[in-house]
Design a protein around this ligand. Structure first.
Ligand code: IMP
Length: 190
């Protein structure tokens, strides 16, 4: 009942991740990249993507927060920094979505200080119409319009992450203040 439209089906997402996996594997042939997943939204994407890579690679995470349970972006704050050694590594940041771009910008700026031998970014979803900073994104799964989306790791007030597809929410849901009450209606799109 809370879901409006399915923007990207599970099949479309998985097939695009396979393509990205082939592309990234070819680009990193002979190297061993460190994937840095951005918590929490990119958990599903980075684990599916990593399993499609046929080059040796490692995984670490960073956590930044900008939404605090609402749909408008605020200041980006660190919650957890990358623990792995960055210097001299081929680092690939894996994001769920790039919206204003502030989160990815801050993460790339921080990682760059630690002198990786290369630094690239991959996002499943890109909302370029909302960009507030200049960013080069090396791998983009899908470019989407300016809509608030949930599913496949993306949440609204902590909910909807486990949906296998990416969908828009009904307007009344994104406006609702106490959106943290649990219901089963997310699985019922009627
Ligand atoms: P940015 O800093 O504005 O680019 O925002 C990046 C972060 O905001 C993402 O990692 C998401 O956590 C969150 N975000 C941006 N747009 C959406 C959306 O449509 N749905 C859910 N989360 C979003």
């Amino acid at each position: 009942m809370d879901i409006d439209d399915i923007l990207l089906t599970e099949e479309a997402i998985q097939s695009r991740i396979s393509q990205l996996g082939r592309l990234i594997s070819a680009d990193y042939r002979g190297r061993s990249p460190l994937l840095v997943g951005v918590l929490r939204g990119a958990v599903f994407f980075v684990s599916d993507l990593m399993r499609r890579l046929d080059v040796p690679c490692e995984l670490d995470f960073a956590a930044l927060a900008s939404y605090h349970g609402e749909t408008e972006s605020r200041r980006v704050r660190w919650r957890m920094k990358v623990e792995a050694e960055i210097a001299g590594r081929d680092v690939l940041v894996v994001e769920d979505i790039v919206d204003t771009g502030k989160t990815l910008f801050k993460l790339l700026r921080e990682l760059r200080k630690h002198q990786p031998s290369s630094l690239r970014a991959c996002t499943l979803l890109d909302k370029p119409s909302r960009r507030q900073v200049v960013l080069d994104i090396d791998y983009v799964g899908f470019t989407i319009p300016d809509r608030f989306v949930v599913g496949y790791g993306l949440d609204h007030a902590g909910r909807f992450r486990q949906l296998p597809y990416v969908a828009t929410l009904k307007k009344q849901v994104t406006c609702r203040k106490d959106a943290d009450h649990a219901t089963n209606s997310i699985f019922d799109r009627s």
